[in-house]
Ligand binder design. Structure first.
Ligand code: SF4
Ligand code: SF4
Length: 172
């Protein structure tokens, strides 16, 4: 099976932040020609060189998941999978077949303690095997804490990173 290529897709150059360029998430990189590619391809930052979305690398995701079509960019994170929605299409992840496939991903992920997080702008939704936790805006100094019963997620809250760290270390 031939490898996938980005082709006319450039969506990660919009939805992902690029630290080396001071480029925030959800705005087009000034070096991007949308639908065509990177104008500074040979000298693009390391983080761009090393980035591949999951549609490129994982055949579990069918052709319909191609980011330029689905408006969804999938990234492997240390906790599981992050699904970033093009802010111009904030409901894209709720449309079928994506919603059902995201639920299946969450179900499969639960056995491995992997999270599935949908990100639209700064708004985040944790998708679990049985429900969606709308967490609202999650800022850079905050993190998501899950409440587990066995492997099932029964609650999710957003706390300041310092509080989460204290709790993990047994502090007050
Ligand atoms: S989102 Fe994926 S397919 Fe689209 S340009 Fe980025 S790496 Fe390529
Ligand atoms: S430098 Fe190039 S590859 Fe990196 S975000 Fe900008 S357009 Fe995309």
């Amino acid at each position: 099976m031939s490898e996938r290529s980005c082709g006319d897709c450039t969506l990660c150059c919009k939805v992902m932040a690029v630290e080396a360029l001071g480029k925030p998430a959800d705005s087009w990189c000034s070096h991007c020609k949308p639908g065509r590619g990177c104008l500074t391809y040979e000298t693009r930052p390391e983080e761009c060189r090393h980035y591949s979305c999951l549609w490129l690398t994982d055949r579990w995701f069918g052709e319909h998941w191609k980011p330029s079509r689905s408006k969804l960019v999938l990234t492997l994170s240390k906790d599981g999978i992050e699904i970033r929605c093009d802010p111009g299409f904030p409901d894209a992840w709720h449309k079928e077949p994506f919603r059902s496939e995201i639920a299946r991903l969450a179900q499969a992920g639960e056995a491995e303690d992997l999270t599935v997080l949908v990100i639209v702008g700064q708004r985040m939704t944790l998708v679990t095997a049985t429900r969606e936790f709308d967490l609202g805006v999650v800022g850079p100094g905050e993190r998501i804490v899950r409440e587990l019963e066995g492997r099932s997620v029964v609650g999710a809250t957003v706390v300041k990173t310092s509080i989460a760290k204290d709790a993990a270390e047994g502090g007050d």
